[in-house]
Design a protein around this ligand. Structure first.
Ligand code: PMV
Length: 369
């Protein structure tokens, strides 16, 4: 049985709410994540064409609170909620939440009998070029599954709780699926990770060499503006992409290579795979039928300087890219002093208003109440 069938079957038990249900509130802090093996291309509803692997960040997160009270069955098809983002209304985010809540009601039908007050804030500046959909959607999903737990006592185990939160988060944003666990997560069926599935992420509990458990991520902001082509449009370009099948196969092979490199502590293979993944993602955009690039000159200069610095210093320093021009410089926390000096001297002049975020691998989401 697929997770979707399981949750559909269980939905009947989550439909009825007694009018005497007490109002309540829950809140979660949930991180953003950065994929080293990229998800690019989807099928059906929010299912990935290839597996992806990421780690969650520590300092880039969203906090979401949800107050709920009984609304009754009348007009139960009309969602009722207020949404405040960082103290103000925000119609674009509100629309996204409305669509998300409507979508997940199939699996969490109690949503129709409650009214909500939702409040949300990000730890990172709104216009920093950091995608907030992973942290925002995962924090909402965690709140919803917590409300299920308060009202119905399910999901019973922690494992089931986080699997469901990951599944629900996926319906809001693909990459949000990997934000419900600490450290490393894999999304998508892959032979080397038992229990992996396209419908939800799993935490990767392999014995990685310690150097990969303490990676730091300096996010160098090259451009904080809105992307000219969104990720959802980008995923669509894979539907008729001449290299699609090769790309999906490459991602699967790279997962194997990367996990193996992290287990045996092979820095060179790690760097090779990670940089090739970052550039392959952008190569897909450039070589799609409507070819476009999100990279800027400063992105290339930063990449060149990181590679030169690695050769000259002999330190572990590599990069990855998200679907945008900003560069994630990955390094080991023990080298923080040397790396920060390098950033200050050679990279900040390439960043928009000298902006960067000093982040690292995080421990995953936290329930605030
Ligand atoms: O979650 P979406 O639909 O915004 O897609 C994001 C895809 C990448 O960020 C480019 C890669 C990934 O795996 O997170």
């Amino acid at each position: 049985m697929t997770l979707s069938q399981k949750y559909e079957n269980e939905a009947g038990m989550l439909a009825g709410i007694s009018p005497s249900v007490k109002p309540g509130s829950v809140a979660w802090r949930s991180p953003s994540n950065i994929a080293l093996i990229k998800y690019w291309g989807k099928r059906d509803f929010q299912l990935p064409q290839n597996p992806s692997l990421s780690f969650v960040l520590e300092k880039s997160f969203t906090e979401t609170s949800m107050e709920y009270r009984y609304k009754g069955n009348k007009g139960s098809r009309n969602l009722k909620f207020d949404f405040i983002f960082e103290g103000q209304s925000n119609s674009a985010f509100e629309l996204r939440i409305r669509t998300f809540l409507k979508t997940v009601t199939e699996f969490l039908p109690f949503i129709n009998h409650l009214e909500f007050k939702i409040g949300s804030r990000n730890s990172f500046p709104h216009s920093s070029g950091i995608a907030s959909s992973a942290s925002a959607m995962s924090s909402l999903a965690l709140c919803l599954v917590s409300i299920e737990k308060e009202l119905f006592g399910t999901p019973k185990t922690d494992k089931d709780f986080f699997t469901k939160a990951s599944f629900i988060a996926r319906l809001g944003s693909g990459s949000a699926v990997r934000s419900v666990y600490g450290d490393w997560s894999l999304w998508g069926k892959h032979i080397i990770i038992r229990g992996s599935t396209d419908e939800a992420a799993v935490q990767v509990n392999k014995e990685f060499n310690p150097m990969f458990k303490r990676l730091a991520d300096a996010i160098l902001i090259v451009d904080s503006g809105k992307k000219k082509v969104s990720s959802s449009q980008g995923h669509k370009t894979m539907n008729d992409h001449p290299f699609a099948e090769v790309r999906y196969r490459q991602a699967g092979e790279n997962i194997k290579k990367l996990i193996n490199a992290m287990i045996i502590g092979d820095e060179q293979s790690f760097i090779k795979v990670v940089e090739s993944e970052a550039l392959s993602l952008h190569a897909m955009m450039i070589s799609s039928n409507d070819g476009y690039s999100l990279l800027k000159e400063a992105t290339w200069s930063i990449i060149d300087r990181i590679r030169e610095f690695r050769i000259k210093s002999g330190l572990f320093a590599t990069f990855t890219l998200d679907a945008g021009p900003n560069v994630h410089l990955l390094y080991q926390q023990k080298d923080a002093d040397a790396i920060k000096a390098f950033i200050t001297l050679q990279l900040l002049n390439l960043c928009e208003t000298g902006q960067w975020i000093d982040d690292r691998i995080g421990k995953g989401p936290e329930k605030l109440y």
